[in-house]
Design a protein around this ligand. Structure first.
Ligand SMILES: Nc1ncnc2c1ncn2[C@@H]1O[C@H](COP(=O)(O)OP(=O)(O)O)[C@@H](O)[C@H]1O
Ligand SMILES: [Mg+2]
Length: 155
């Protein structure tokens, strides 16, 4: 599959939230965004920004202890999955049927959910460069994700 890459650096938590808002503003039902990167690299912060833009009423929290958090009170359903505790687990629990289709889905630690990931998605790789700097590399898998990349980078 064709893959297109782009990257940027954010210099504050707020800038990463702005990026989340931008992604949310482009979101369409069925979009899936994978978030790779170590602890504290900014994955949940980006999803918080997205939730704000969608008008999600509940505060977006890390789903680490919930696996899946669903937000239905915004302009588009938002699903937030954390695969961190799913390493080596049987994934035949219907997660994908429940979520893919009517909203935007953000997945932290997708590496542990490899068996149920869609082929087409937008992949973000976070890297902590310093206290406040985060490098984020975007990889578009599929035409829809390329369209989102063009929306984000304006080309
Ligand atoms: N540029 C930045 N982008 C995102 N978070 C940042 C940035 N600079 C500092 N931070 C801080 O880093 C932490 C990121 O935490 P979080 O988003 O929960 O990471 P993750 O979900 O990847 O473990 C927060 O405490 C946030 O305030
Ligand atoms: Mg997190």
């Amino acid at each position: 599959m064709a893959m297109k890459e782009n990257s940027l650096i954010t210099s504050s938590k707020e800038e990463t939230m702005e990026l989340g808002k931008k992604i949310a503003s482009l979101a369409m039902p069925g979009d899936v965004v994978l978030l790779n990167g170590g602890l504290g690299s900014g994955k949940t912060t980006l999803v918080k920004g997205a939730g704000e833009a969608l008008g999600v009423k509940d505060p977006v929290i890390s789903p680490t202890f919930n696996i899946l958090k669903c937000y239905f009170k915004g302009s588009l359903p938002m699903y937030h999955i954390d695969g961190y505790r799913l390493e080596g687990q049987n994934l035949d629990i219907g997660l994908e049927e429940a979520i893919y289709g009517n909203g935007i889905t953000f997945i932290e630690w997708p590496v542990y959910l490899a068996a149920i990931l869609p082929e087409e998605c937008l992949v973000l790789d976070f890297e902590k460069l310093g206290d406040e700097q985060r490098k984020i590399v975007f990889t578009a898998k599929g035409k829809r994700a390329e369209e989102m990349l063009r929306g984000i980078f304006g080309k």
